[in-house]
Ligand binder design. Structure first.
Ligand SMILES: [Mg+2]
Length: 204
């Protein structure tokens, strides 16, 4: 983890998302923070903790200067999400608990950030509806992604002006992405830098 973090920092990534939910979360967090002292760090627990565990862990994560915590508790624990949100030392993002438009009002009083994904909600139009609904409910908005090619990432990039957080790095994890998309040099979405029609995606 330490080596991977150093590699990411050396490659110019100034915002890191750390997946936790292991037996060694504190150790991992200490190693990552040590290797990335200046990075903005976000944590995703992917539903791993019980509500009391989450409150406890988030206390620790706040000491590591983490920005926010995503999906601390299981999606079927809606009251658990509320429990954590009421006690959390850090902002809470809902991912698995926020799949389609109907979920937005459900999470509005138990999260701070709606993590919307094209692959969860079905496409650009539904994502845009969710963004507006989330804003109307006082939530911040993140557009996330799965492991997906630049064909999908490029589409998501077009929603970037409506977002607080564009978490669109899924294609970076592909060994061989068949598509090129919207330029994102140094993590900046550049919608005018591409001169291609449509979403800007094309086969490599
Ligand atoms: Mg997530």
């Amino acid at each position: 983890m330490r080596e991977k973090t150093a590699t990411a920092v050396d490659a110019g990534h100034s915002i890191l998302k750390v997946k936790l939910g292991t037996e060694r979360d504190r150790e991992i967090m200490a190693a990552v923070r040590d290797a990335a002292s200046d990075a903005r760090i976000r944590v995703d627990a992917n539903e791993a903790w019980t509500p009391p565990e989450a409150v406890d862990m988030i206390e620790t994560l706040a000491a590591f200067d983490v920005e926010f915590v995503e999906q601390p508790v299981p999606v079927d624990s809606s009251d658990g999400l509320r429990y954590v949100h009421e006690r959390s030392a850090l902002p809470i993002a809902a991912d698995e608990s926020c799949v389609t438009l109907a979920d937005v009002p459900r999470i509005a009083d138990r999260a701070d950030i709606a993590n919307i994904k094209l692959m969860k909600c079905g496409g650009l139009r539904e994502a845009k509806r969710m963004i507006h609904a989330a804003r109307a409910h006082g939530l911040e908005v993140m557009l996330g992604c799965m492991i997906e090619s630049n064909a999908a990432i490029a589409a998501g990039c077009h929603l970037a002006p409506l977002l607080d957080y564009a978490d669109l790095d899924g294609s970076l994890l592909l060994a061989d992405d068949p598509y090129a998309g919207v330029p994102m040099a140094d993590g900046e979405v550049d919608l005018v830098g591409g001169d291609r029609p449509g979403t800007g995606a094309r086969e490599r």
